[in-house]
Ligand binder design. Structure first.
Ligand code: NAD
Length: 509
């Protein structure tokens, strides 16, 4: 079958508009569902030529820690898309996630997951839901920068960049416009993470002004997720950060009742990857009963991305009609609408037989257009004026009773002329000056030193105001701290950008 497809694709390659695609057959049920998906693409006359790569379990076993051989990257970079079947991630340490490696290496910044219910043909508690989750794919807590800093405390860095937010958010708005969607909902936790999540929310609001025809709203992620689970039909396009999007995408796929039916796209500037949302299902591999619909949906998304929207609609509508006609694989359970329980190949045969037909009850597959990949451009930002105004020094300090006042007083003797000890916090809670004995303290202390110049206020009392610091003040401060016997584990410089504070205040400040 594979050779037939390749030959067909090669013959077609001479045709104008044929796209070379990379195909990975994957593990478990991967090869079975990919074979049927390629048959469908062939039968629908998709203008593609196929180049195959090997990825997954066998590559891990051959010693490639990311499950991919170096030469496969040339193929991946040469072709505009990868159609990927699921792979099995080996258990145990020393292996890297292939999906994360591909996403990061190829800069696939947007994860797009359309989720709709197919009720009553596939039972769903939310029959009217039809939404798209657009998730930022590269940043946030997924940078994978983690450290153990003391015996008791580990940290994970949450990195968020303006260009990273902007291109993802612009992608979401463009997608919504092209797909004829009406509303975008942004979800963040910017009531707590005012700088990182706040940046995402702010950029969302900025970009929204360029799309006046689209309704926009923002939810704090906790209430937003609850509303999404309770009334998903209220949502249209949800745009959110990496971790939140990871969780939300699985929740909505689950409540739609269609985990086996969903496809997703991971989109970058030059390359995009399309796959089913489910895994390699090793428990049913080789039995011919896997549902190929998720990978078929991914193939429809791929064709829309490639500007072959008409072929995508053909395939998508034939798939919907097959579900309506009650031709179901075993994973869909039994509904009163199931007429024939079929295996992988028979399901694909049924879809192929219905090419050219449309669903009679379900909404048709979105028509799309032939414009090809959505390209977004971020705006060139002006560089703000950056001024150093202090430093947070993190200490590993574990004296008996962990009394913050003992630490605070010792540090006040080390400030020199340039600094003032503003506060000491433990897990973000201010414990010096002031503080309560009830506050639980770990061995991890954040000590904030700010630059200061004393001046008299109008009523004669002393006030403090910050002034710019020379960078060499900081190593000098750290040296005094080290010589006094304290163990510094890290520092974070405090900056102002165009006079605006670029750091959070401690709780209790
Ligand atoms: P899974 O999605 O593979 O399977 C969960 C359950 O759903 C199983 O009972 C399975 O039989 C069933 N199922 C899944 N897809 C089906 C389909 N198309 N038709 C019929 N039934 C289907 O999740 P899992 O068991 O947690 O993971 C199995 C492997 O897949 C793991 O190694 C995991 O790392 C990997 N995985 C890969 C990807 C990917 O490549 N994108 C995604 C998720 C999981």
């Amino acid at each position: 079958m594979k050779d037939v497809m390749q030959d067909t694709a090669r013959d077609d390659a001479a045709d104008k508009g044929t796209a070379a695609i990379t195909v990975a057959h994957g593990d478990g049920i991967g090869p079975e569902i990919m074979e049927q998906t390629l048959r469908l693409l062939d039968a629908a006359h998709a203008r593609i030529s196929v180049e195959e790569i090997r990825i997954g379990e066998t590559l891990y076993q051959e010693g490639y820690s990311s499950g991919i051989a170096p030469e496969a990257w040339d193929t991946l970079r040469r072709n505009p898309v990868l159609l990927k079947a699921p792979i099995t991630t080996p258990q145990g340490g020393g292996y890297k996630s292939l999906n994360v490696t591909i996403r990061k290496t190829l800069g696939l910044y947007a994860n797009v997951r359309p989720v709709r219910a197919f009720a009553p043909f596939v039972p769903s508690a939310h029959p009217a839901m039809d939404l798209i989750i657009v998730r930022e794919n590269e940043e946030d807590l997924y940078a994978g920068i983690e450290h153990q800093q003391t015996a008791e405390v580990v940290q994970c860095l949450k990195l968020v960049s303006r260009p990273g937010c902007e291109r993802l958010i612009r992608y979401a708005f463009e997608l919504a416009r092209r797909a004829g969607r009406r509303k975008l909902t942004c979800m963040t936790k910017d009531n707590i993470m005012k700088l990182s999540d706040g940046l995402f929310h702010r950029v969302f609001d900025e970009v929204a002004t360029e799309y006046p025809e689209l309704e926009t709203e923002h939810y704090i992620i906790d209430i937003g997720a609850a509303r999404l689970a309770a009334t998903p039909e209220r949502f249209d396009v949800v745009v959110t950060m990496n971790l939140y999007g990871d969780i939300l995408s699985d929740i909505v796929a689950e409540i739609a009742g269609s985990v086996g039916l969903g496809g997703s796209a991971n989109v970058g500037d030059t390359v995009a990857m399309f796959e089913a949302i489910h895994g390699s299902a090793p428990d049913i591999a080789g039995q011919g009963k896997a549902n190929p619909a998720g990978l078929m949906q991914a193939a429809c998304l791929m064709l829309t991305h490639l500007g072959q929207a008409e072929t995508a609609s053909h395939m998508g509508n034939a798939l919907l009609r097959t579900l309506e006609d009650g031709i179901h694989t075993a994973d869909l359970g039994h509904s009163s609408h199931t007429k024939r329980r079929v295996g992988t190949k028979a399901f694909a045969d049924a879809v192929i037989a219905r090419l050219g037909e449309s669903p009679r009850h379900l909404a048709s597959f979105p028509p799309g257009d032939d414009r090809g990949p959505i390209q977004v451009r971020t705006r060139a930002a002006t560089k703000p004026k950056k001024q150093l105004v202090g430093v947070d020094v993190f200490l590993d300090w574990d004296m008996p009773n962990r009394q913050a006042a003992v630490l605070g007083k010792a540090l006040e003797a080390l400030t020199g002329d340039e600094f003032q000890l503003k506060m000491v916090t433990n897990r973000g809670v201010k414990v010096y000056p002031g503080g309560f004995p009830e506050t639980f303290c770990t061995d991890h202390w954040r000590c904030r030193f700010v630059s200061c110049a004393a001046r008299l206020s109008d009523d004669g009392s002393t006030m403090l105001e910050s002034k710019p610091l020379a960078p060499e003040c900081i190593p000098a401060l750290l040296l005094r701290i080290a010589q006094a016997g304290f163990h510094c584990i890290k520092t974070e410089h405090l900056y102002e950008f165009d006079g605006e504070r670029g750091y959070s205040l401690g709780q209790g400040e």
